[in-house]
Write a protein that binds this ligand. Structure first.
Ligand code: PLP
Length: 238
């Protein structure tokens, strides 16, 4: 709020329009993460902030990199491929996570570009990923997406099929699954969905939980999120 007011004031007084408040927004998100971690008696280092830069251009992303953010998320392979290689060359040490659905025929590009893939949800994709991981000798961290709300339009494995799916990822395809990812239904309280995802992860021996977006990342941290995916709270509305 303070930053928003300051931004308006600066815009009114400056000869130049305020083009981006993202470094301030990033700092505010960081403070909120630190507070949520303290409330949950968790170490700040147990939560990775993924800054979701989908739809934003490289020039919008640069100030966030300059402010110290190193982990970014994109939801489309083609968009990420066009945007990120130059940024990664310019700033060594960045990590890029694919948070959107992945078609099997893009597994090759995804394994080459991303450090983590959050949307593993079907056998054909497991097969394609296993092949590319083997061929390229690159192993992105893998998250199985769980469709906790069982929404027909949403990707992800149904909660009732998650245990068997994780097992087949391991036993049939030889994949190392690092954790689970969920996107709660937009019109429901997220907490039960976070709790369910954490429960499925625990009984399958999975340490990582990708859950929580701009509106609910503090709640997700309370329920054990190790990766929060925050877009609009950092970059502004899309
Ligand atoms: C866009 C997106 C986010 C970020 O959403 P915000 O509400 O802007 O923080 C997180 N996760 C996924 C899977 C997304 O597609």
């Amino acid at each position: 709020m303070i930053f928003l007011e300051l931004g308006v004031e600066m815009a009114a007084e400056s000869a130049f329009p305020v083009t981006s408040d993202s470094p301030n927004a990033l700092a505010a998100v960081e403070r909120e993460i630190a507070r949520a971690c303290a409330d949950a008696r968790r170490d700040r280092s147990s939560v990775t902030l993924i800054a979701v830069s989908k739809t934003f251009a490289a020039e919008d992303i640069q100030p966030v990199i300059a402010a110290g953010q190193r982990v970014f998320g994109e939801n489309r392979v083609q968009e990420a491929k066009a945007k990120w290689p130059p940024l990664m060359q310019e700033h060594p040490g960045l990590a890029l996570h694919l948070i959107g659905p992945l078609q099997s025929n893009k597994a090759k590009e995804a394994v080459a570009l991303f450090d983590a893939i959050h949307s593993v949800d079907r056998a054909s994709l497991c097969e394609a990923l296993a092949r590319e991981i083997d061929r390229q000798g690159r192993s992105p961290q893998l998250f199985v997406q769980v469709n906790t709300g069982e929404e027909p339009q949403k990707a992800g494995i149904a909660p009732g099929e998650a245990d068997a799916f994780v097992k087949s990822c391991r036993d049939v395809y030889g994949l190392t699954i690092a954790g689970l990812m969920c996107i709660p239904p937009a019109d429901e309280a997220p907490a039960p969905h976070f709790a369910l995802t954490a429960k499925i992860a625990a009984r399958n021996g999975l340490a990582l939980l990708s859950m929580g977006m701009s509106a609910d990342f503090a709640t997700a941290i309370q329920f054990g999120a190790t990766h929060v995916r925050v877009g609009s709270a950092i970059f502004g509305t899309r």
